[in-house]
Every structure is written in C-alpha cells, then in structure tokens.
Design a protein around this ligand. Structure first.
Ligand code: PEP
Ligand code: MG
Length: 328
C-alpha cells in the first residue's frame, strides 16, 4: 500500500486526453508542508494562517509570524503557497481577542469573522501583512483574503498591504519580487460582482465548505443537516459553472479549495465544469491523480453540459454510472 502511495507521488496529473490538472494541498501548520514532497502536489493552494493563532495562547508576534511564513515558503521551494489571511471569529474564536464586546453571536458563521474582523482590527491585518511581505522578500508572495462579500473589502485589504509595502520600501528593506492577490469565493453575493473584482485580482479560490452552507442556508457544522444537500446538486454545480464562465478570458486562476474537491466523484464533476485547479486534503492527492489519468476531460465537460441543461433526478447516481462505465 505504501508502495502504491509512493508510485502515485510521481504521477503527473494529466487526463487521458492530455489536459494537465493542477493538484495542490491545503495546509495550516509548519509540519503540513512535508506533505508537498510526500504527495508530489503542485503547491499549497490554501495555507490557513489562523492555525498559528488558534494553537497559540497569545496573539502571535510579528517576528513569529514572519518566521513561520518564511519557513513554509523555504520548505515549499519553487512550489507556490497561497497564504490566506486570518479567518478567525465564527466558530474559530480566540480567547485573547474580544469578540463583539463579549456578546455571543447567534449566527457566528455569518457573523464577525475573517476579513470582517481583520479590517476592523486593522492592527491584526497590518502585522500580518508586514510579516508576509518580509517573509517573501525576494520571492513571489501569493496572498488571499477570506469571506470577501464585496469588491471594496478586497480594496481595503489590499490597501493595508500597499501601505506596508510602502513602509518597507521607505526603510530600504527587501520586498517580494512579485505579489499576487486573490480572494476566497465563499459568500454567494461576491459571485454577482466578478466583473468588478476580476481586473483587481490574479487568482480566486472557491471555498466550497462555506459557499455551500451559505447557498443552502445549512450550517456546515450541524450534523443534523449533513444530509440536507449534496455537493453534486444542480444548484451547486450550476453556481460554480457560472463563476468559471464569468471569469473565462480573464487573467484569473480559479481553484476549488473546499473539501468537495478532495472527493473523487465531486472532483470529476468540478473538472466537468471547467475547473483545472484543485487544492485538497493531502490524503486525497494520490487517488485524485489516479482518477485524472483515467478521465477524458472533454467527455466529462460535454456530459456535464447535458446534465446541467436538463438535470436528471439524481445527478450523483447518473455521474456514478457514467464514471463506472468508463472504468473511472
Ligand atoms: C471553505 O470555506 O471552503 C474553506 C476552504 O475555508 P475553511 O474550510 O477554512 O472555512
Ligand atoms: Mg471558509
């Protein structure tokens, strides 16, 4: 079994009809970076920086943040790392950061979290921006913002980075060679303003964990609702297809980084929607690469087109048979 795992490590994810799919991993701690080498993944498509905050008893000092980000980039070598700025609040509360003046939120997932906290407590984002910019000196920095609902939120976060960059330059400090900015698409409203957002960003990552809970108004943490919707439902698939289409021809890399992409059938469906970049849990990389090798991208795209034009009653069942018939 280990031998099979090692063999998959060196497999390049190219489909049966020659399409190269980018397969990256999700990570959050220094130790996770080793999974890059173990899986042969193309990079870290989502580095959840809040993990460092969650495992710490106090707000991590700037130097500590810088050290972590630098070590992660060094260990990743020439593979890209997409750093996501802190996504705290919601269900990820920090004892050392007061939330809403002590008031409990009734709907924390839709509450004061992620970039909403970072923009208001802008000291938090300033420190993180400085740490990321310093850590990426001489390299390319990829940074993305979580829970963006409207383009102005991106602008505000970007402005914090710009002013920190200006500060470093004025001190004649080394800065990144290039900075690529991105957003997480987790809030459905943002999908309606992609025309405004697209010229400002270089990449966009669809966070299907939050996106689906908001699309279906179904708490992702509530086990009673786990069966309420299917990732292979026409609503989700059409929604993602629309994002892909709206960004076609724009210089924006589109990745799916939620758990959905780590499941075989769901990944096949995403590829059928035109997704060419996935960032998933490391254990799923090998099986996904094997699946991609057996998959004919143009065939699944055509099939998906038909299914979404006139959705069958049970898309999961239809997709399962389609895949089985083709030995996928
Ligand atoms: C997501 O929402 O899909 C996502 C990848 O972010 P997180 O799971 O950290 O909320
Ligand atoms: Mg999320």
């Amino acid at each position: 079994r280990q031998a099979a795992y090692a063999a998959l490590r060196d497999v390049v994810p190219v489909s049966a009809d020659g399409k190269r799919i980018t397969v990256m991993i999700n990570a959050g701690l220094r130790d996770d970076v080793a999974n890059l080498g173990l899986t042969g993944a193309d990079g870290i498509g989502l580095f959840r920086t809040e993990f460092q905050f969650l495992v710490s008893a106090t707000l991590p000092a700037r130097e500590r943040q810088t050290r972590l980000y630098r070590e992660v980039m060094e260990q990743a070598g020439n593979k890209p790392v997409m750093f996501r700025t802190v996504d705290i609040g919601g269900d990820k509360t920090l004892p050392y950061l007061r939330h809403n003046d002590g008031d409990d939120e009734e709907n924390p997932a839709m509450g004061w979290r992620a970039l909403r906290v970072a923009l208001e407590r802008d000291g938090l984002l300033k420190v993180q921006a400085r740490a990321l910019l310093e850590a990426a000196a001489g390299r390319t920095l990829n940074v993305m913002f979580p829970m963006v609902s409207e383009p102005w939120e991106f602008d505000a976060a970007r402005a914090v980075f710009d002013s920190q960059l200006e500060f470093l330059r004025s001190r004649r400090k080394r800065v990144p060679e290039a900075i690529r900015y991105g957003v997480m698409l987790e809030v459905p409203a943002l999908a309606e303003q992609l025309d405004v957002l697209a010229p400002k960003i270089q990449f966009l990552s669809i966070g299907t964990n939050d996106l689906t809970q908001f699309l279906f108004a179904a708490d992702r943490a509530n086990p009673k609702l786990a069966e309420r919707y299917d990732w292979l439902s026409p609503a989700i698939l059409r929604f993602i297809r629309r994002i892909v289409r709206n960004l076609e021809g724009q210089a924006v890399d589109v990745t799916v980084c939620g758990e959905m992409g780590g499941r075989q059938l769901e990944a096949l469906a995403l590829i059928g929607l035109g997704i060419e970049r996935l960032s998933i849990t490391p254990a799923s990389v090998g099986p996904l690469k094997a699946m991609i090798g057996k998959c004919d991208v143009s065939a699944i795209r055509e099939a998906m087109e038909g299914w979404l034009a006139a959705p069958p009653e049970n898309l999961r069942q239809v997709l399962t048979s389609w895949a089985t018939e083709r030995g996928i």
